[in-house]
Structures are given as structure tokens and as C-alpha cells.
Design a protein around this ligand. Structure first.
Ligand code: CA
Length: 235
């Protein structure tokens, strides 16, 4: 008997969500749906879908944030993700693919093409043997900082930093996009699922601790007043 594959449809437009689910279920897939980013992350964590169809423009946590969390924080490199979005700016497509989406389908889409893409991607990912290298997340390098997500090690100028799990996640998230400003809420979403429930206040505490551990170089973590934090590798 063929195992039934479960597809998570992340889409805030009810009609489109319904349309996608209908066509997938007609082809024998079982489906789950989320209409906003937090819900999508919760479902990925709890329900372990076999593939995710991800809209980018979502209320609250955006599709790009969902993608980043899955790939950079949770290291779920093996989870197939197809972006389905009306955004057709080249830069959005490139960002999505660089962040590890497997494919990009512009809206409006043909349901048949969408289903064909889902099947093709599932076939492709099923045929790839879980080689050690394929599962190994890439190093994050920003200025003097090097982070090895696989070994859970961070180095500043080749000197290893002694970080807690949450500090490690926080620094990885910030350094994965130097110059990008994260709100405290985005940082909380990014490091969720670590050692304890994260609050906005605890983000401030952990940032302070990270800066202390970085010593003179602690200034690479900038406070952006009224917004949040950013990693700046160029002084
Ligand atoms: Ca949308």
C-alpha cells in the first residue's frame, strides 16, 4: 500500500486554499491548512507534513520568515517547500530560493501544474538518499563570525564562543542576514522551540549576554531604537 502523503497548504485566501486542497485531495493527497505564519510553523512542528505549499504574503509572520525559521533555525533542510505567490519581483523569487525553497510558482497558477510540481518534488526528494552531506546545514559566515549549525559551535576570530542554546539560535538568526533589522517578535518566532519560552524581555537579556560574550566586538549587534536588533559585520 502506498503511503498517503500530507501536504500543508499555507494560504490566507480561503478560496485559493480551498482550490488547492480540492485538487490535491482529488489526487489522493491528504491536506492540512494554515492561514497565517505562526499557525504554519506550529503545524510543521507538530504534524510533520511531507511537503509545504507556502504563500509569501500572510498576516503576521510572513512566508519568508516561515521559510527562514524552518531552514535556518530548525535545520529542516529535507522538508520540501514550494512557494506559491503573487509576488513576481525577481528579488522575491531569488530571496525565496536562496533561503532554501525548492521551487517557486507564480499566482495565478494552473491547479494541474501545481499538482504536477508537488508530485515531481516528492519524487525527487524521495529518490535522494539521505547522504550525510545533504543533511549538513551550511556554515554561517559574517565578518569575523563563523557559525557551524551542525556542530552547534560559534567562533569569533577563530575563538569558540560559549553560548546557551537560545543565544546560539539568536546569533545564528541575526548573522544569517547581516544588516537586516529584526523586531523582537521576529526573533522570538525565530528561536522558538529552544530551552524555554521566550519573551521580549528575555530577548533583551540574551542580547546583552551575547554582547558581553563578544567582548569588544559586541558592537556588531546593533540596537535599532523602537524596532529591535540587527547584526552589522561592517563597523
Ligand atoms: Ca496571501
Amino acid at each position: 500500500m502506498i503511503e498517503e502523503k500530507t501536504i500543508l497548504v499555507v494560504e490566507d485566501e480561503p478560496d485559493i486554499q480551498e482550490l488547492i486542497r480540492y485538487h490535491l485531495e482529488k489526487e489522493g493527497f491528504s491536506t492540512l491548512a494554515a492561514s497565517e505564519g505562526h499557525e504554519a510553523l506550529r503545524m510543521i512542528e507538530r504534524e510533520h507534513p511531507d511537503l509545504v505549499l507556502l504563500d509569501l504574503m500572510l498576516p503576521g509572520v510572513s512566508g519568508i520568515e516561515v521559510l527562514k525559521t524552518v531552514r535556518f533555525m530548525w535545520h529542516k533542510r529535507e522538508l520540501p517547500i514550494i512557494i506559491v505567490s503573487a509576488r513576481t519581483d525577481e528579488s522575491d523569487i531569488i530571496t525565496g530560493l536562496e533561503l532554501g525553497a525548492d521551487n517557486y510558482l507564480p499566482k495565478p497558477f494552473s491547479p494541474k501544474v501545481l499538482v504536477a510540481n508537488v508530485k515531481a518534488l516528492l519524487r525527487r526528494t524521495a529518490s535522494v538518499l539521505p547522504a550525510e552531506d545533504a543533511a549538513r546545514p551550511a556554515l554561517i559566515e559574517a565578518g569575523e563570525l563563523t557559525i557551524d549549525p551542525d556542530r552547534h559551535e560559534a567562533f569569533w576570530e577563530k575563538e569558540q564562543l560559549s553560548l546557551t542554546a537560545s543565544e546560539f539560535s539568536l546569533l545564528s538568526l541575526l548573522a544569517s542576514s547581516p544588516g537586516r533589522v529584526y523586531t523582537r517578535g521576529q526573533l522570538i518566532t525565530g528561536i522558538r522551540g529552544n530551552d524555554y519560552p521566550v519573551t521580549e524581555r528575555s530577548i533583551d537579556v540574551q542580547i546583552a549576554s551575547l554582547r558581553r560574550k563578544l567582548g569588544d566586538s559586541g558592537t556588531v549587534i546593533k540596537t535599532v531604537w523602537g524596532i529591535g536588533y540587527s547584526f552589522q559585520d561592517k563597523q
